[in-house]
Design a binder for this molecule. Structure first.
Ligand SMILES: [Zn+2]
Length: 250
């Protein structure tokens, strides 16, 4: 096992952990984009990945931030987005989940996450994970204390080819408790003749996810994740189309 390789003295994580926009919005919707960024501090050398792999879906959700920003703009809604790559620590996994700091993601090995000692893992949890979730929790607390309605929606994207298999699905709505809210979204998306499905391409693991089970379901709030196939989010015009489908439904 290697020694602790990250610490405050190294100044690795100097950029803000998250970006919060329209904090004082009165729209019940809180948009969360936890896989928004591919940013890995330069000193970590892309965690040993080559440039192509470090720009792939394993590092971030391609196009998700642009979609979340357009939705936030259209609806005047609050958006909390992450400023670091999910490969450093995945904000949508509980802090002690095996894939919180992945040594492998889909078909890619992540050399820089192999054999990390516990002190380094804890440092990432304290520095990157904790502030993001604390901010989201406080945001929700404040609104509930004022008697405001809250809905928590994660905006994600997924790769068109997964373990070599092409995916035809275009958009998925992932949920556990919020069945009626999710169904309303699914019905609305269906009207545009899209390849749409509930709880695909992934299912939410109540013990292995964060946004929906922790910030939504556990607090009795309507909460879903929206997953759009990332090849459909490669231009501003394409993103606008999806924002147009989703905005009236959220
Ligand atoms: Zn994601």
């Amino acid at each position: 096992m290697h020694a602790c390789t990250e610490s405050a003295e190294l100044g690795l994580y100097t950029r803000p952990v998250y970006h919060l926009s329209r904090e004082d919005s009165t729209n019940p919707l809180i948009l969360v984009c936890d896989h928004a960024s591919r940013y890995i501090p330069e000193a970590l050398d892309n965690l040993g990945l080559d440039d192509t792999a470090a720009g792939e879906h394993i590092a971030w959700d391609i196009g998700a931030l642009q979609l979340a920003e357009q939705l936030a703009e259209k609806l005047g809604a609050t958006l909390l987005s992450a400023n670091y790559s999910r490969l450093l620590i995945d904000l949508n996994r509980p802090r002690h989940a095996p894939d919180s700091i992945p040594a492998q993601s889909e078909i890619y090995q992540i050399p820089g996450n192999r054999e990390l000692d516990e002190a380094t893992r804890e440092y990432r949890r304290q520095t990157l994970f904790k502030p993001f979730h604390a901010r989201l929790q406080t945001l929700i607390d404040e609104r509930l204390a004022k008697g405001q309605a809250v809905r928590v929606v994660g905006i994600h994207s997924f790769t068109p080819v997964y373990y070599g298999q092409p995916r035809t699905l275009e958009i998925g709505v992932l949920f556990v408790h919020a069945k009626a809210y999710a169904q309303r979204l699914l019905n609305g998306l269906d009207e545009h003749s899209l390849q749409v499905a509930g709880n695909q391409p992934y299912k939410i693991d109540p013990l292995g996810d964060m946004t929906v089970p922790v910030h939504g379901d556990a607090r009795g709030l309507d909460s879903v994740l929206v997953e759009v196939r990332n090849d459909l989010l490669r231009s501003p015009q394409a993103v606008s189309l999806w924002a147009g489908y989703l905005a009236p439904l959220l």
